[in-house]
Design a protein around this ligand. Structure first.
Ligand code: MG
Ligand code: MG
Length: 280
């Protein structure tokens, strides 16, 4: 069942504070993006993100989570890794598909976001199949985000999963073992957000809900397993995977994408969805 009993509805002032945390995450991911290249280690990328977060007076939120305690600022998941790849001595190679997930806490409020990038191959070109996988995952994310805008008109949470599933439309494996979540004074809050349709339509989308939406797609089957490090989630069939995430706030009359520098204006504008950032 979708958790709906302990949803934390934020006031506009609290959403403004979450936006600050979201921008720190956006800044950290932007810095990582500029360092993404063949030859860099995932641990070096982790240090870039940690520096941005701590320089902003924020705290990396993934460190210490779970059991065994997660040891890093980022999750960097490469090729057949879907999520929760632990940064280390792994060296990125030409043609790798790299998913980077980052969380930060600022003033007690959390932000959480992820992107997937494809590195140029040995010949300098980009693999078409990997690019399409990353592109469709990002499109699915934005469709899910756009569906949350129906909160202004009384939509239900599962509208997000329906939008994600309908966009993927069987073209890719849609990972069902992991999904999105409410976010606020903790990284993971109610409600759980599934990336597919269910009979339970879920709680009503209402202003003040802050949600992390994060579809995960594979180029093959959707089945995944956790590796011996107790964290890294990889595809059973070895197919490549992509993971894209934003933290959003449902507001009166629209949405605000807290972890996008532009608040979601460009991507949501293309889908005809109003972005309603709160003035400082
Ligand atoms: Mg995340
Ligand atoms: Mg998340």
């Amino acid at each position: 069942m979708l958790g709906r009993d302990r949803i934390q509805y934020k006031t506009p002032d609290q959403v403004r504070l979450m936006r600050r945390a979201g921008v720190v995450v956006a800044d950290a991911l932007a810095a990582v993006r500029t360092e993404l290249r063949e030859g860099v280690t995932t641990k070096e990328l982790d240090a870039v993100a940690e520096d941005v977060i701590r320089s902003a007076g924020a705290i990396p939120s993934f460190i210490g989570v779970g059991d065994p305690p997660y040891p890093a600022t980022l999750c960097v998941s490469v090729n057949d890794e879907v999520v929760h790849g632990i940064p280390g001595s792994k060296v990125l190679r030409a043609g790798d598909v790299v998913s980077v997930d980052c969380g930060a806490i600022l003033g007690g409020w959390h932000g959480d976001a992820a992107f997937t990038a494809v590195l140029p191959g040995p010949d300098g070109g980009l693999d078409e199949a990997d690019l399409a996988l990353a592109r469709v995952t990002e499109e699915a994310l934005w469709r899910g985000v756009a569906a949350a805008a129906s909160g202004a008109t009384g939509g239900r949470l599962n509208a997000i999963g329906i939008a994600v599933e309908d966009h993927v439309a069987g073209r890719y494996g849609l990972v069902e073992d992991y999904g999105g979540h409410g976010i606020g004074t903790e990284m993971h809050q109610d409600p759980q957000i599934l990336n597919y349709r269910t009979r339970d339509r879920g709680p009503r989308l209402r202003p003040g809900m802050c949600l992390a939406i994060e579809p995960m797609l594979t180029a093959g089957e959707p089945h995944v397993h956790t590796r011996a490090d107790h964290w890294t989630v990889a595809t059973d069939d070895g197919s490549h995977a992509a993971h894209v995430e934003h933290s959003i706030a449902v507001l009166e009359g629209g949405l605000w994408v807290l972890t996008a520098h532009d608040g979601g204006v460009e991507a949501l504008g293309a889908l005809g969805v109003p972005v309603t950032p709160l003035a400082d």
